[in-house]
Every structure is written in C-alpha cells, then in structure tokens.
Ligand binder design. Structure first.
Ligand SMILES: Cc1cc2nc3c(=O)[nH]c(=O)nc-3n(C[C@H](O)[C@H](O)[C@H](O)COP(=O)(O)OP(=O)(O)OC[C@H]3O[C@@H](n4cnc5c(N)ncnc54)[C@H](O)[C@@H]3O)c2cc1C
Length: 350
C-alpha cells in the first residue's frame, strides 16, 4: 500500500520550498524529496529588488511578483513562527554625473517611479564614500534563505512529508494518472533541482545555463547601516557586525570551489566605498540556474505529462519563485493557462 500525496517535489531550495508552501496553503498534500540545502539557495544573499540597478530598468512583472511576495512570506511566518522576511531599502551609489542624470530620467518612468526615488538622496554615514550620492529604491529587502529553508524542511518533516535522500530515478514509475516513487504515489512530480537539473533524464534538454556566484561575509566593527548599499557590489547588513558582500557572476568557471579571483574582485570593489577596516569571515559559492531569456522553466513534459519542471529562477529566486509557483498551481487546478513566457513549450519540449 503506497502513501498518497497530491504532489511529490524534488529539491528543497527556494524553488522547491515555494512550491511546497503554495500547495500546502491551498490544502494539498506534498512530499518533498531533497538532500537538504546543498544548492545555490543556501549561499544566496536573499535580496529581492524589483529593479535592475545596473541598467536602471524594471524586472519583468516586478509589481505582480512583489505584491505576491509580500502576501506569501508572511503567510508562512504564521505557520512556522519564524521571521525571515526583512524589508530594507536599497541605496544605489551613483558613480558619476552621467549616472545621476540617467537616474533622474529613468526614475520618472511609469514602471519605475513606484520603486525609484525621484530625488537624489544623501546618507549621512562617514563609513561610506559616495561623492555623487544615491538613488533610493523602496519595496526591497532580503529573505534569510537558510532560515526559510530550515523552517520549511522542519515543518514538512514534522508531518512526515520530507524525505532526506538523493532522488533515485530508477524508482520512478509513470502511469496515466499517477507517478509512483518507492512507497509513495502522487498525481504529479515536480522537479526543482536547481542547476542539478542538467542531470535529470527528462528535462536535461532544456537550455539551463549555470552562472557561478561568490559572496563574502565580512565583520566590520563599528559599521551601522540602515540600507543595503549597491555599488558595483552590494554591502548588506546581516546580523550584529556581520555584512554580506556580493556577488560575482561567472558563466565560464562552474567549478565547485571558491576562487581567489572572485575574492579579489569583491574586496577591490568594496574598498572603493567602504572606509572602515574589515575582516573576511566566510567565502561561499554556488551555481545559479539561469536561462537565456531570464524567464523560469515551468511546465509538463510532453511525453510524460505527470512530470513537471519548475526551475530557472536565475538570480531572482526570492522574488520570482512564489509568483511562479502560483502560476503553476493555477494552471493545474484552476485551468488558467500558464503564462507563455514561462511555459517550457517555448522550447522544443519532448
Ligand atoms: C552568490 C549568490 C548570491 C545570490 N543572491 C541572490 C539574491 O540575493 N536573491 C535571489 O533571489 N537570488 C540570489 N541568488 C540566486 C539564487 O540562489 C537561485 O536563484 C536559487 O537558489 C535557485 O533555487 P532553486 O531551488 O531552483 O535551486 P537550488 O538552490 O540549487 O536548490 C535545488 C535543491 O535540489 C536539490 N537536488 C537537486 N537534485 C536532487 C536530487 N536528485 N535528489 C535530491 N535533491 C536534489 C539540490 O541539492 C538543492 O538542494 C544568488 C546565487 C548565488 C550563487
């Protein structure tokens, strides 16, 4: 006799957790199969930001995703009694007069004015050098991803709905209305494996790209920050006198080790504006699951319709995954078609 669930989820990163909560909060049963936080979600700074601060543009569907984020994470907080959502504004350090003018021009655009201050802001903090001042972004913040995933795994584990193991594809059986895995069955299985999707026999044909990111944790005694500072790297207050500095982007070197090059890049950019001494206390790396068109991969396999993929969150999983999980849920249970831009049918999907 097999134990029945509505879905089985493979992977317990930010994407898998978003799915699990979306289903649970809608009264569905979930089994998560995961190897506990070995993916990029455990190194993510967890920042959510509806704007792209390199080019001063808006993230695709930014307002919808942000609205949903502010609805979604507080619902989970109620379930697990743990707070991992930390709203905090971002100050974009402006590099020269040209950037000041670009900010002023872009910040009045309809899709950006909700988030970008129209005025140039000053910030009275002698530890940060910013001769051209800042543009302020609101509606931003960070999610403590490790806390979020730990609480999620514990919550589902307490209900015997978390299986800690490497998923074994040899144990997976597909039939018309069901999938079976070991002693469990469900109507669908959803794969949320992050970059490890490249080893999934059913979805490895999708063009997922890896993008390695590295981030430092530094200790800066005496630094008080009321904002996340974004320059060519970001500096984010974490706890006490610990701060995060990140991140690098590298599509060529996907090695599973932190590098001296990344460390040098991050510290050299940081020292352009941080005027206090600091000590590096940690250096982490991970591979982001990115896609060329910056849209996630969501949808069913053509030949195995009960096999579903949910991946490609790129560098914005915290903001994108809750919204995308809702899109998937609505397509399965409410007959609302998936947004074409996230549907894997945009590729040759066999
Ligand atoms: C340095 C860095 C900084 C970042 N900063 C941010 C940020 O500030 N904000 C933001 O939104 N995003 C950020 N990101 C991106 C973010 O980390 C990713 O988008 C996100 O982690 C992707 O989540 P995921 O659940 O799809 O994948 P993952 O986090 O990789 O999770 C997948 C999980 O599935 C498990 N798994 C895979 N295959 C199997 C299997 N066969 N059996 C069992 N388990 C399996 C993996 O081990 C892993 O635990 C950052 C990334 C990096 C590297």
């Amino acid at each position: 006799m097999k134990t029945k669930f509505d879905i089985i989820i493979v992977g317990s990163g930010i994407a898998g957790c978003a799915l699990a909560w979306q289903w649970h909060l809608n009264g569905k049963t979930v089994l998560i199969v995961g190897d506990k936080m070995k993916g990029s979600s455990s190194v993510a700074a967890g920042v959510y930001n509806p704007t792209i601060l390199k080019r001063f543009t808006s993230v695709w569907k930014a307002a919808d995703q942000l609205d949903y984020l502010n609805h979604f994470y507080p619902l989970i907080k109620e379930k697990v009694s743990s707070n991992f959502l930390h709203p905090i504004d971002i100050l974009r350090r402006l590099h020269d007069e040209r950037e000041v003018k670009t900010w002023q021009k872009k910040s009045i655009r309809p899709e950006l004015k909700e988030f970008m201050s129209q005025d140039i802001s000053s910030y009275d903090n002698t530890a940060i050098d910013a001769p051209f001042n800042y543009g302020k972004v609101s509606g931003t913040g960070w999610v403590d991803t490790v806390n979020y995933m730990t609480a999620t795994i514990q919550f589902f584990g307490n209900m015997n709905c978390f299986l800690e193991e490497e998923f074994d594809f040899n144990e997976l059986v597909h039939s018309k209305d069901l999938v079976c895995y070991k002693d469990y069955q469900a109507s669908k299985i959803i794969f949320s494996e992050g970059f490890k999707m490249t080893a999934n026999p059913f979805f490895s044909h999708l063009p997922l790209q890896g993008n390695k990111g590295e981030v430092l944790t530094i200790k800066v005694p005496g630094l008080q920050l009321d904002y996340i500072i974004k320059s060519s790297v970001f500096l984010m207050p974490y706890v006490d006198d610990l701060f995060w500095v990140g991140a690098t982007y590298n599509r060529d070197d996907l090695s599973d080790i932190p590098t001296q090059d990344a460390r040098t890049f991050l510290t050299s950019r940081l020292e352009r504006f941080l005027k206090l001494p600091y000590e590096i206390v940690d250096h982490k790396h991970g591979i982001r699951p990115t896609t060329k068109d910056r849209r996630p991969f969501v949808g069913s396999h053509k030949s195995y319709p009960n096999y579903v993929v949910f991946n490609g969150m790129g560098s914005r999983a915290v903001l994108m995954a809750p919204w995308a999980a809702k899109q998937l849920f609505d397509s399965m249970y409410k007959d609302i078609p998936l947004n074409e831009e996230i549907d894997i049918n945009r590729f040759n999907n066999n």
